[in-house]
Design a protein around this ligand. Structure first.
Ligand code: SPV
Ligand code: MG
Length: 561
């Protein structure tokens, strides 16, 4: 038994009049449901027009059934189907009813014309079937359906064909006796008078259906007051969308741009909502078992002490600094998402209330003034499972650097820059790295871009003569590597409680480099991926200007291409 057929029966019991709106595709059905209508009309006229063929049984039953299924699947309300004349004789009707009922549709309307029919509003060839022939179809339909709820509604075309009121009433009586579940009385005049007269004179008890295409002034309440139980607005959605598309296309064609129509058309956001993109996201979270890639951006510190542009940071942390129209964080987040990040956690401390961005999870570190990067990272990382990328909030880097890093098979990989020695001295202490074989990089300069080298030392106070690289502030931890980082942190907090920890005065004040050095000392392999360019920190006004100019220049480049 179709739940939707039962739902339609229930609507007939509970509504003063059941309001039905025509559609030809799932989207229409969804919008009809959202607008509050009770039911959807799978309109032959609409479905034909959508295929750009005349509403004259050019489309097959299968094509109409497919369209009706599409409407039904897209909404939770019952669908009443326009089945024309039943696609042939009584034998065709039997097949049709079985198919429509099995598809979960709520009702089939068949009209008493000859196959192939023509739309009721097209003059000429409105040939009526005999009463006997049509009653045969109704009896066949009644016997073919399984559920008492599924409705077979007879549509009387006597007024359309010009056979007059007496004929219409005679047919109404005959169809009632033949077992129809409802009656459509169709009319092409522009007042409801003749259907009102019909309703008044009809002696049976079947629910009456009106299709006020021509007598469009009538209200649903007026129809209800005159004894109608169902009103079908058969084609207004189709007509509205044709006009809207024509006007939109004309404007775009004439102006050469979509600007003039933008405010009149549905936003992409709304389009995605209609598609059910939100549900898809939930589904993905629940069922897609692909590895997650989390990103942690420690951004809790107050950078004013390092930066010579500190006045720009009175009300925000460095990650909210605007560079070429976007915040530093937004630039980073776009890169991370492009690389497949599933979620981005930004640890906020100083002025954290100003941190915002699409799909950014701000993790507060209220102890930010007494703690440092390792502590912040672990606030976000405590419960994360999967791969994790840690990126300092004051750096920007090239897409290529990120994609090379993500190819690293090692459990822990740091991006390290071997060109640091050639750069002018910088105000902030650099985080230096000594790899296993510093000379190697020099030897293979051209080949070594993606070389992964074991890191021996990482610290601020490394002897510059021994340090071959600078840590670029981005590190990739595979799930196992991140687990090791977490364990090392827990161990360090116990072991070094109340004591200095590497270069930090206390373990809570540890930099990431302190924790990494601790791990190296514990025997955990940590690799450095050598690069020579492709990233920049933003520590000075000079950095800020250079990076801003870079973005403006690349924007101009992309405008040219
Ligand atoms: C349809 O929508 O296809 C109908 C109603 O049959 S009407 O076009 O008004 O005849
Ligand atoms: Mg029709």
């Amino acid at each position: 038994m179709s739940d939707k057929a039962a739902a339609l029966r229930n609507l007939l019991e509970t509504r003063k009049i059941v309001r039905v709106m025509g559609a030809h595709h799932g989207l229409g059905a969804k919008l009809i449901e959202q607008a509050g209508f009770d039911s959807v009309w799978a309109s032959g006229l609409e479905i034909s027009t959508a295929h750009v063929v005349p509403d004259a049984n050019i489309l097959t039953m299968t094509e109409n059934l497919d369209a009706a299924r599409g409407l039904n699947d897209a909404c939770g309300i019952p669908v009443i189907c326009d089945c024309d004349t039943g696609y042939g004789n009584a034998a065709n009707v039997i097949h049709m009813i079985k198919k429509y009922e099995a598809a979960g549709l709520a009702a089939a309307v068949i009209e008493d014309k000859h196959f192939p029919k023509v739309n009721s509003f097209v003059p000429g060839r409105q040939d009526l079937a005999s009463i006997e022939e049509f009653c045969g179809k109704l009896e066949a339909a009644k016997n073919a359906k399984h559920s008492a709820d599924f409705m077979v509604i007879a549509r009387i075309e006597a007024l359309i064909a010009g056979w007059g009121m007496e004929e219409a009433l005679k047919r109404a009586q005959a169809y009632t006796e033949a077992g129809a579940d409802g009656l459509v009385i169709h009319s092409k005049v522009n007042t409801p008078d003749e259907i009102y007269e019909f309703a008044k004179r009809y002696k049976g008890k079947l629910p009456l259906v009106a299709i006020p295409t021509m007598y469009y002034d009538v209200t649903a309440d007026q129809l209800a007051e005159h004894g109608f139980k169902i009103v079908i607005y058969a084609n207004q959605g189709l007509r509205a969308s044709i006009r809207a598309m024509q006007e939109t296309f004309k404007s775009i064609y004439e102006t050469g741009s979509t600007a003039a129509v933008e405010s009149r058309i549905t936003s992409m956001k709304e389009v995605f909502e209609l598609q059910g993109m939100g549900t898809l996201k939930d589904t993905e979270t629940k069922y897609l078992k692909t590895e997650k890639m989390h990103v942690i951006v420690p951004a809790a510190g107050d950078a004013r002490k390092h930066a010579d542009f500190s006045t720009l940071l009175e009300d925000k942390p460095l990650c909210m600094l605007e560079i070429a129209g976007k915040t530093l964080l937004q630039h980073q987040a776009e890169l991370f998402r492009g690389a497949g990040a599933t979620d981005i956690h930004v640890i906020g401390g100083y002025k954290r209330e100003s941190i915002r961005g699409d799909n950014i999870n701000v993790v507060p570190n209220p102890e930010w003034a007494q703690t440092h990067v390792a502590y912040s990272v672990m606030r976000a990382g405590e419960n994360l499972k999967g791969k994790c990328l840690i990126a300092y909030s004051d750096i920007l880097f090239d897409r290529q650097v990120l994609s090379l890093l993500l190819k690293s098979p090692n459990a822990i990989t740091l991006v390290i820059d071997r060109a640091y020695k050639t750069l002018p001295a910088r105000s902030k202490a650099l985080e230096l790295v000594m790899t296993e074989n510093p000379a190697e990089g020099e030897k293979n300069r051209r080949m070594a871009l993606n070389t992964l080298k074991p890191v021996r030392k990482i610290a601020k106070n490394l002897d510059r003569a021994k340090a071959d690289c600078e840590f670029a502030g981005i590190a990739l931890f595979q799930e196992t590597g991140f687990q090791k980082l977490r364990e090392a942190w827990q161990q360090a907090r116990q072991k070094f409680q109340g004591k200095p920890f590497y270069e930090a005065s206390a373990v809570e004040k540890a930099s990431l480099t302190d924790l990494l050095q601790y791990m190296i000392d514990l025997g955990t392999p940590i690799y450095g991926m050598e690069v020579e360019h492709g990233w920049s920190e933003i520590h000075s006004l000079e950095d800020y200007r250079r990076v801003s100019q870079y973005f403006k220049a690349t924007e101009n480049l992309s405008n040219v291409s």
